[in-house]
Design a protein around this ligand. Structure first.
Ligand SMILES: C[S@@+](CC[C@H](N)C(=O)[O-])C[C@H]1O[C@@H](n2cnc3c(N)ncnc32)[C@H](O)[C@@H]1O
Length: 190
């Protein structure tokens, strides 16, 4: 298939907006695959901030990063992404060039612990404020579970109302696949 798969498309946008030495955010660390991808993109002089409410996710990501020698420039917060502005020192504001949210539950973890629209939207609003112009926020929306469908609807209602003078917003989705495949929303701050 020539069309990019969902995660590949998400990563391709981050590759465009993020350069070596940049500052970036993984808003849902999980098992750390996106954190590692970002750490690789920004290099040892860059900075990655990661958030997850589950200690299990933070610990497994720490180990994964150490194993892959990508841990030096990563700061992990065992806190919700709704605390982004209070957690990240203000000296980093207006310097963040990329952020990713992989919504839903931790693969292989507790399926009852899921991202929720209210906190996701709060984090997006904070990011729009503190990111650098042309910085890109990626949302990978999983909506095959009940909470995911609720979150999808509320997040879509919100992102569709972001003022076009503030950000460009796009959707990338396979529209003929069965079983509610995930899709991407990308928000580029203007
Ligand atoms: C789909 S997983 C992330 C997968 C991850 N990006 C990876 O590469 O493995 C979603 C994660 O979001 C976390 N989460 C749920 N609510 C959160 C919140 N308010 N802030 C940060 N993380 C949250 C969950 O604990 C879970 O680990």
């Amino acid at each position: 298939m020539k069309l990019l798969k969902i995660i590949d498309f998400a990563h391709s946008l981050l590759k465009k907006s993020v350069s070596i030495n940049d500052m970036v955010i993984d808003a849902t660390v999980g098992n750390g695959y996106d954190t590692a991808f970002l750490a690789h993109l920004v290099g040892t002089e860059g900075k990655v901030f990661g958030f997850d409410i589950q200690a299990e996710a933070i610990n497994s990501t720490k180990n994964y990063l150490i194993k892959n020698e990508l841990d030096q420039n990563v700061t992990l917060f065992n806190k919700g992404h709704e605390t982004i502005m209070e957690s990240i020192p203000s000296e980093y504001y207006q310097k963040i060039t990329g952020a990713i949210f992989n919504l839903g539950y931790l693969p292989g973890g507790d399926k009852q612990i899921v991202t929720k629209a209210e906190t996701t939207i709060s984090a997006i609003k904070q990011l729009i404020e503190i990111m650098k112009p042309e910085g890109i926020i990626i949302l990978v929306i999983y909506h095959g579970h009940l909470e995911g469908a609720i979150e999808r609807d509320e997040v879509m209602n919100f992102v569709q109302t972001i003022d076009q003078k503030i950000a460009h917003v796009i959707k990338y989705q396979f529209i003929n696949q069965i079983n509610n495949p995930p899709f991407v929303i990308a928000i580029e701050k203007r």
